[in-house]
Design a binder for this molecule. Structure first.
Ligand code: NAG
Ligand code: NAG
Ligand code: NAG
Length: 298
């Protein structure tokens, strides 16, 4: 009787990754904020400038930058009591050992009318725009514009609320007011609204990256949420060949306890905020499960 030799031919699990190199910038960068939170003010106003930074010490020393140059070493928070045109500029900050923040612009205007928008806007924010005339200079009938569309003030006065700000809402906004007396002369101002990413484009990952039929496999949906909107709750869903295999859940993992050949396919994941409708989908990852099988040899 010929001995039967059992040969285990273990095929490797082939994972082809179709992914872009989405930036997973997990490092918490500091941020310059203004109080009140406007990127544009009139001359003679008072504003507080703060460097929002993670620090192990209380009242850390901050390196301040203005228009790209090192400007001063100061406290984390300071006040400009009476803004001047020269205070206009691009502000940045950093802790002695950390990264430098993104640029936040302050514009100080000596004019009749300014369109005020928050100095930094993230996807999903409710953004309040204020068409603000020089105190004592009476203007009326406010209208806001974006591209060819006009919007009436949402509060009947000077303000426009844009809920759940999306990337495609970024751009140049304008507001117009008429003179109280003549109702003919018009004044206007334009301001650009940039929008910052709330969380990075998700990337789907597998663990382990070499599995064979019957093995346990975990898919992870990896993204990073900005530190500046940390309380945002993210939910994750998983798809196979475009069909949902795990509904939105706070867990960013999808577990397949025993992967089978028919689990081969294109996997992707989606991230959304629990309260605001900010959604992003990952690229697909093709997973080909290959069998663990017996081959009879002589
Ligand atoms: C697979 O995982 C091993 C160990 O975790 C790692 O060294 C290797 O670089 C990974 N290969 C790929 C293609 O990701
Ligand atoms: C998976 O994606 C690849 C590349 O985009 C495509 O050619 C293939 O048809 C997809 N497979 C399925 C089952 O959707
Ligand atoms: C989220 O997933 C966990 C673990 O798989 C499960 O226990 C929980 O019920 C899920 N929650 C929702 C809302 O589906």
């Amino acid at each position: 009787m010929n001995p039967v030799i059992l040969c285990y031919a273990t095929a490797t699990l082939l994972i082809l990754k179709f992914m872009d190199s989405a930036g997973l910038g997990a490092v918490a960068r500091p941020e310059v904020t203004f109080t009140p939170n406007w990127g544009k003010v009139f001359t003679g106003e008072s504003i507080i400038i703060t460097c929002v930074v993670e620090s192990t010490v209380e009242n850390p020393i901050i390196f301040w930058y203005k228009n790209g140059n090192q400007w001063k070493i100061d406290k984390q928070m300071f006040t400009i009591d009476y803004t001047k045109i020269e205070d206009t500029g691009d502000y940045q900050c950093r802790a002695p050992t950390g990264d430098v923040s993104e640029i936040v612009r302050l514009e100080v205007a000596y004019s009749y009318l300014i369109l005020q928008v928050p100095s930094s806007v993230y996807e999903g924010d409710d953004v309040f725009l204020r068409c603000y005339s020089w105190p004592g200079f009476s203007l009326r009938r406010t209208l806001f514009y974006k591209d060819q569309s006009a919007f009436l003030p949402s509060d009947g006065g000077n303000g426009l609320l844009l809920s759940n700000f999306k990337k495609d809402m970024a751009g140049k906004y304008k507001c117009v007011k008429k003179d109280e007396q003549t109702a003919i002369a018009t004044y206007s101002d334009e301001t650009f609204i940039h929008v910052r990413e709330l969380f990075s484009n998700p990337v789907i990952e597998t663990e382990p990256n070499q599995t064979i039929e019957g093995d346990r496999m975990t898919l992870t949906c990896d993204t990073s949420l900005t530190k500046h909107r940390e309380i945002t709750e993210l939910l994750f869903a998983f798809y196979m060949n475009g069909l949902k295999v795990q509904s939105f859940n706070s867990s960013n993992k999808y577990l397949i306890p025993s992967i089978q050949l028919e689990d081969s396919g294109n996997y992707s994941c989606e991230v959304k905020t629990s309260r605001k409708n900010v959604r992003k989908k990952s690229q697909e990852m093709n997973i080909q499960v290959q069998g663990k099988y017996l081959v009879m040899c002589h």
